[in-house]
Design a protein around this ligand. Structure first.
Ligand code: ADP
Length: 256
């Protein structure tokens, strides 16, 4: 099972991803977590992205695409994965399609967590306040001002992916404002019902089917879809002698 969770910050992607991990035995790949790990480890990538992330802006496409490309090739991702926080731009989505196609893989579904932005802001702001009150550590970008910027980045750069995946026919939209168990149940319902293994590695087959559907729509190779007239012709040829008999026996033969 290969999934994407799509939704603005605070929509509950992380929570739902954890539940899907447990249910399907697949890995959760959160680009936010990976980038924070790079910052924590002081890698060159970490140094490059720290300021960008603290501002609530998106890090460059090539940085995240590189990280994801490397990550999905790890053995633990072979069974499947949930991408949380990636792709966030159309360029990233196109890069992901290419990387999967290279391995003969495809996505099973893209789950969109639909939320009301005003309610979402209130939800995250109260979550931040509660964490502060409990003395829990906050992320650098967990403050109301940066949050607004993260939401704007989602609206402007990530929301176009909804149309992108709807066109691919794999978008499943779920009400992200419902309770956690309700959202989980809605995701369960929205996911392909076949067991994950049977859908594995079907990209080339599906691409072939799409191509042949396209060829049919374009009317290419029409000869091969005309068996009926040919069969009828053969049948009438076979019937010819009996017709002759009928004419000879039942009705008077036409005068010569
Ligand atoms: P949230 O969904 O709560 O905003 P994330 O942990 O997914 O949090 O991301 C935090 C920050 O990491 C983003 O604001 C952005 O700066 C950076 N980031 C994560 N994933 C991507 C991505 N795919 N493309 C660009 N920037 C990203």
């Amino acid at each position: 099972m290969r999934l994407i969770l799509l939704g603005p910050p605070g929509a509950g992607k992380g929570t739902q991803a954890q539940r899907l991990v447990a249910k399907y035995g697949i890995v959760q790949l959160s680009t936010g977590d990976m980038l924070r790990a790079s910052i924590g480890a002081g890698t060159p990538t970490g140094r490059q992205v720290a300021d960008i992330m603290a501002r609530g802006a998106l890090v460059p496409d090539d940085v995240v695409v590189g990280i994801v490309a490397e990550r999905i090739e790890q053995p633990d991702a072979r069974k499947g994965f949930i991408l949380d926080g990636f792709p966030r731009t159309v360029a990233q989505a196109v890069a992901l399609d290419r990387m999967l196609a290279k391995h003969g893989l495809s996505l099973d579904a893209v789950i969109e967590l639909r939320v009301d932005e005003a309610a979402l802001l209130r939800r995250i702001e109260s979550r931040i306040a509660e964490m502060k009150a409990r003395g829990e550590p906050l992320r650098d970008d967990d403050n109301p001002e940066t949050l607004h910027r993260r939401l704007t980045a989602f609206r402007e750069q990530t929301a176009p992916l909804i149309a992108y995946y709807r066109l691919q026919g794999i978008l499943r939209s779920v009400d992200g404002m419902a309770s956690i168990p309700e959202v989980t149940a809605a995701i369960d319902k929205a996911l392909p019902s076949e067991p994950p293994a049977s859908r594995r590695d079907t990209a080339p087959k599906r691409a072939g089917m799409a191509a042949s559907a396209g060829r049919q729509a374009a009317g290419v190779g029409k000869k091969s879809v005309k068996p009926a007239p040919t069969r009828r012709k053969m049948a009438s040829r076979r019937k010819a002698p009996s017709g002759k008999r009928r004419r000879q026996g039942g009705r008077p033969a036409p005068l010569a």
